[in-house]
Design a protein around this ligand. Sequence first.
Ligand SMILES: [Zn+2]
Length: 259
Amino acid sequence: MVVTSSGIWQMTSTVIASGGSCLVVDPGYFPRELEQIAGSIPKGAAVEALLLTHSHWDHVIGHGRFPGVPVYVSPVLARSVAENGELARQAMAAAREHDARWYIERPWGYAWPGQVRGLDDEGWFNIGDLDLQAFLIPGHAPDCLAVRAGSRLLVGDYLSPCEIPFVEDLAAYRRTLQRLLALLEADIETVVPGHGRPLSVAEALRIAREDLRYLNALARAAESGDAGAAARIELPRAGEVPGMQDHHRDNCQKAGLPI
Ligand SMILES: [Zn+2]
């Protein structure tokens, strides 16, 4: 497994190889970084599939570096791509806007790939001799997917050491953290978050518990309608990062609290 870290938000891309076949997870972000990822494919091996952990633009727009390769996604995202739904349209519009703002040239443009395959919860697929299992983990976005490859668990935008939870659906996010805690305790050794360095299972468990504590406090404040209490909740990490308090305010709003 080779994990690379993008110059944008330490977004991770992962290459998993087995028996001459490769899976690339969240290829991104800048075109020259995508060339490095393509260059890290073992000699003689073929990229057999891509997997996108969710529809957010930074995680998806690199797919065009691997044209014609089938792409695994959650069923929610597969449906959105098939129907040109809001998730699918928003992702490409945001990628286009970001690229334009930073003068990034992306020769393959801003379309979804032709072949997108939805994976069911706990569904299996294989790459070479390796069996991989998908888990649907909504909360950060409705279309989030984790994938397990042996003792490695790739979780997309959860359990990041760089940022607090970015919540779209608070109840779903808390359920997902409970589920990730159970998965981590079942023979996982390494966790690859969507942003930041790979983690040992002990580090991932600590982050999951911290995030759950933070979101439980947010849920309690929301239940009692106490916006002041919500505003005072201590962030689990990254409080000094510019903008992180704004993300906390966004989370309060998603919990139903006007801040
Ligand atoms: Zn995301």
